[in-house]
Every structure is written in structure tokens, then in C-alpha cells.
Design a binder for this molecule. Structure first.
Ligand SMILES: CC(C)(COP(=O)(O)OP(=O)(O)OC[C@H]1O[C@@H](n2cnc3c(N)ncnc32)[C@H](O)[C@@H]1OP(=O)(O)O)[C@@H](O)C(=O)NCCC(=O)NCCS
Length: 442
């Protein structure tokens, strides 16, 4: 048998690592209708099936707007719009129903090809909108609630629930509901760790859209990560209020709403890119735009007055030889390299990042108060520093550690060697201490 090369082995390791991290979590996929007519749709569905097969609880919310429009026009049924909402008349409703279920069936077909079972069901309880500004919205409804008791057993059995854009009232009357609303509510109700907005659009890129200068884009003008505040800034800069037809802005607004509703990570991806979901999920930089709740709000630069607190945190670790000894003066000299984690004006963790040249930075001096381990401060500080290194265009971060290598490995670092260190650091390397070197390419 042909031997896999090392990069393949690394890839397999990475895949297993992510599998264990995501297995058992719930992810919601809101998928734009035009993608179901794309040549790559069957491959896209294979990737979704794969996620279900590795134990991720997958929920699909298909968008159907364009298909409903075309069915209604084929049957010559006129419906108006009130803002972004279709006015679903009694005459139109059976056709809306038919079109919505047609689209949902396409997903079942895609999943069945990979032997993953899916269920289309009445998981949405709805209410009629009634008369809004004098307009009778008829069968256009709004969410009442997601029927989680019906959804959970399906997910537990490894099946994929599909939620078309229809909900039913207590008396069994069907209503047309925007799929964005369903995606948001089902993500909340099931405590999804991620909501994917799989778009048929290219997304918000510079220079097509105005992007405030403080927001980082990659070389292709792609927005990689956004805090809710940054997402808000982009909506404002592009006058979302008057540009409500712009699908990419509407999608960003959905992501923002989801983030404010407590969904940790929302990914907007271009579904036409081959393997977009896997690449977004299983690589650090991804291919889309991620909106994430600001997990860094408690992290700030070190002030001179914090040094005694930092030394207090480090002392037991320095005693045990886990951290190298640093004095007040050592820390003061490198003050700008340090960040602290603060809660209610007290410092509970610290970490530093030192620039050693050659595009490499060392992450060091991580110390956390063990009484607050629930807060995951160590991880949050390291992620913060990785993001900072990326923004400052470092190509690699590394750590020297005697006993924490397993933890760094969990955060994506891989074992490296002394000869890969920048030359200035190599000259300082203490062979007696013989620390392991772990690194992460950015
Ligand atoms: C390592 C350290 C920074 C982690 O901080 P934290 O805020 O507890 O980190 P997180 O919450 O992100 O991680 C906790 C997880 O890592 C694990 N972990 C902690 N230290 C570990 C170590 N040395 N090796 C392997 N895993 C470790 C914990 O068991 C826990 O696992 P769980 O998620 O299964 O419960 C912290 O324990 C610490 O201050 N250690 C001493 C100093 C040190 O080693 N610094 C790094 C050298 S620069």
C-alpha cells in the first residue's frame, strides 16, 4: 500500500481533532435556493452528509424565495410585497406550500445519496401577521416557537431535520414564514454552536462595499472575522436602511441578529465554492466571513500597576519551574508585550507575545488563576494573541514549554524544532531547560 506523506498525515490528524471537537454539537445551515440549481449542489450535500456522519447534529433551513416566485408566476398568481415580506394570499398559499416542499425534497435527495436520512416536518409553530399598516398579510406569518421536543429525537437518531419556510398555527392553519427567521429561531432553540448562512452571493468584499478602515480584510478583500460591533459598522457604512434589497447586507444583518441572540459563531459562506463548508469549518482562516461574539472583551494591555498582580499569578508557576523566573523589571521592560484578563477591575490571567523578527512571535508567560478555570482565560488569551499576530502580519507563532505541550496541541499548535526558531531566539535557547517547541503557522 502507498504510504501517506506527512502533510496527509497532518491533515488526517487535524480532521480527527475537529471531529472530536464538534461531534455532538448542533449546527444550522440556512441555504439559499439558487445553490440547489448549481452544478456543485450534489457535492455540497455530500459535505453536509459527511458532517452528519461524524456526529454533528445538522439542521437544514432551505431558502425558497426565488422558486416560490417562479411557481407563482408560472400559475399566473400575483402576490405583492410589503417591504421584504411577501403578501401570501389564500389563493397563493397552496402554491407556496408546494414550492417550499419541492425545495426541501431536493435536500432529502442530496442526503439520501450519502445514505443519511432526513425528515421534513412541522417543527415550526406560527401565527398570522394579521393586518399591518392597513395591509392584510393573509397567510404570511411569524414565528411562534420551534417545537424542540419534536426535533430533538430526530437529531439524537442522527437524522437531519429540514425546516421549509412554512409554519402551522395551533389550529393547523399554514403560514409562510421567512426562512431567515426560522434559521435564527431554530439556532437559538437548539443552542446551535454555529449558524451557517450558505449564500449564492459572493459576499461583502472590499472595494465593492465600503469597509471601515479599522476592519481587517485579506488580500482578496474578504472579511475574515467580524465582531458584532464591526458588522454593525459595515451595515451603517453601506446604508443598510436604504439598501435593504442587497442580499449580502441582509445576510450580514441576519448574522448580527444571531450573534446578539447568543449564537457564538455565524459563518457566511459562498456556497458555490467547492468544499466551502469543510474549508470554513476545518481550517483556522476559513473561506467565508465569521461573525463572533466578542470573547475578548475582558482582555486589555498590561499597565505598570498590574505588575504585582501578574507576579502573584506567576510566582507558584515559577517556583514549580513551569514558567521561567521574571522580575518586576523584566516585565516592566517588555510591558507592551503583555496582555491581562480582567474581571471587575482585578487581574486573573496574563500572557505575552514577543517579536523575535523573521516574521515570528513567541507566545509566553501564560498564567491563569486556577480558581477561575471555568472562564477559559488561558485559551481566550492565546486566541487573542494569535489574532493579534495575524493582524500584525506575523507568519508564525511559537511557544517554548516544558509541561503544557498537550494544551497547546489542543489549540492547533504542532511540534517544531530549535532550527526553525528565529536566529535571535535560537541564540537564547537554554539547552539545559530543554523546552519543547510548538508552533502554529498563520
Ligand atoms: C495551561 C493554562 C494556561 C490553561 O489555562 P485555562 O484558562 O485553564 O485554559 P482552558 O480553560 O482554555 O483549558 C483548560 C483545559 O486544558 C486542560 N489543561 C490545563 N493545563 C494543561 C496541561 N498542562 N496539559 C494539558 N492540558 C491542560 C485542562 O484540563 C482543561 O481541559 P478540559 O477542557 O477538558 O476541561 C493554565 O492551566 C496555566 O496557567 N497553567 C500553568 C502555566 C503554563 O503552563 N503556561 C504555559 C506555558 S507558557
Amino acid at each position: 500500500m502507498e504510504q501517506p506523506n506527512w502533510s496527509q498525515v497532518d491533515l488526517i490528524r487535524e480532521a480527527f481533532h475537529y471531529q472530536s471537537r464538534f461531534s455532538g454539537t448542533t449546527m444550522v445551515f440556512k441555504v439559499d435556493f439558487p445553490l440547489t440549481e448549481d452544478a456543485g449542489f450534489s457535492y455540497f450535500m455530500k459535505d453536509i452528509a459527511l458532517l452528519s456522519q461524524i456526529g454533528i447534529r445538522v439542521v437544514i433551513v432551505p431558502g425558497a424565495k426565488e422558486w416560490i416566485d417562479s411557481v407563482l408566476s408560472e400559475y399566473n398568481i400575483q402576490t405583492g410585497y410589503a417591504g421584504p415580506l411577501r403578501i401570501t394570499t389564500a389563493e397563493a398559499m397552496p402554491f407556496v406550500n408546494m414550492a417550499a416542499f419541492n425545495v426541501a425534497t431536493k435536500f432529502i435527495t442530496g442526503l439520501s445519496a450519502s445514505r443519511v436520512n432526513a425528515v421534513i416536518g412541522s417543527f415550526v409553530k406560527a401565527r398570522g401577521l394579521g393586518v399591518v399598516n392597513g395591509i392584510d398579510m393573509a397567510h404570511t406569518g411569524m414565528m411562534d416557537k420551534i417545537l424542540t421536543d419534536a426535533l430533538k429525537p430526530i437529531l439524537e437518531r442522527g437524522m437531519v431535520p429540514i425546516l421549509p419556510c412554512i409554519g402551522w398555527s395551533s389550529s393547523g392553519k399554514p403560514y409562510n414564514i421567512p426562512s431567515d427567521e426560522i434559521a435564527l429561531e431554530v439556532s437559538k432553540a437548539l443552542h446551535a454552536v454555529k449558524l451557517f448562512i450558505v449564500s449564492a452571493e459572493k459576499g461583502i468584499t472590499s472595494p465593492e462595499y465600503s469597509i471601515p478602515e479599522s476592519i481587517h480584510t485579506d488580500e482578496q478583500g474578504r472579511l475574515i472575522r467580524l465582531t458584532p460591533q464591526e458588522a454593525e459598522g459595515i451595515l451603517k457604512a453601506n446604508q443598510f436602511e436604504t439598501n435593504k434589497e442587497d442580499i449580502s447586507l441582509v445576510e450580514l444583518q441576519l448574522a448580527l441578529k444571531a450573534s446578539k441572540a447568543g449564537i457564538e459563531r455565524i459563518h457566511i459562506i459562498d456556497g458555490k465554492q467547492d468544499g466551502a463548508i469543510l474549508r470554513e469549518l476545518f481550517s483556522n482562516l476559513g473561506v467565508g466571513t465569521m461573525v463572533y461574539a466578542d470573547e475578548y472583551e475582558s482582555i486589555r494591555p498590561l499597565g505598570i500597576e498590574d505588575i504585582p498582580d501578574v507576579l502573584r499569578l506567576m510566582e507558584p508557576l515559577m517556583k514549580q519551574g513551569i514558567l521561567i523566573r521574571r522580575s518586576h523589571e523584566d516585565i516592566q521592560e517588555k510591558k507592551d508585550d503583555y496582555m491581562v484578563f480582567e474581571i471587575d477591575s482585578s487581574v486573573y490571567a496574563c500572557a505575552a507575545m514577543h517579536d523575535w523578527g523573521e516574521g515570528q512571535a513567541e507566545i509566553a508567560a501564560i498564567a491563569t488563576d486556577p480558581a477561575y478555570s471555568d472562564l477559559r482565560m488561558g485559551r481566550r488569551l492565546v486566541r487573542y494573541l494569535i489574532d493579534k499576530a495575524r493582524r500584525q502580519k506575523f507568519r508564525r507563532v511559537f511557544v517554548l514549554t516544558t509541561s503544557t505541550h498537550d494544551w497547546f496541541e489542543l489549540l492547533g499548535f504542532r511540534e517544531s524544532s530549535v532550527d526553525k526558531l528565529p536566529s535571535r531566539k535560537r541564540a537564547h535557547y537554554d539547552t539545559n531547560r530543554n523546552s519543547k517547541i510548538f508552533a502554529l503557522d498563520l
